[in-house]
Unconditional design. Structure first.
Length: 112
């Protein structure tokens, strides 16, 4: 049985509408994921902006400092950075703005 040309055209339009609806649903889900990531990034920026930064006076005398990558043993405290042990033959420099928390013999924990 053969179908007419207009019947075939109507069927393809119906199928096209279903495909278009699926595409729109996928695009909406993709946009929702993008919006969710953007909102999380805004919250992270706000938290970092509002965090009180530690100063040199806070770090002097500390035995350990915590950064985004973890805890580090303090070697020396410089004017703008703190030198930390790496377990290798060199030391890493960390700016005070990157220090999240300090611990030392004179204080159990300082978080600002």
């Amino acid at each position: 049985m053969t179908t007419s040309r207009s019947a075939r055209y109507s069927q393809s339009r119906i199928g096209g509408a279903a495909i278009e609806a699926e595409i729109q649903k996928g695009l909406a889900a993709q946009q929702a994921a993008i919006d969710e990531r953007a909102a999380a990034a805004r919250v992270a920026r706000r938290v970092e902006r509002d965090r009180v930064k530690l100063t040199r006076d806070d770090v002097v005398g500390a035995a350990f400092v915590r950064t985004a990558t973890g805890w580090h043993k303090v070697a020396t405290v410089n004017r703008a950075t703190v030198s930390v042990e790496t377990g290798f033959s060199w030391r890493d420099l960390i700016r005070f703005a990157k220090v999240l928390e300090v611990r030392g013999p004179s204080r159990s924990a300082v978080t600002r």
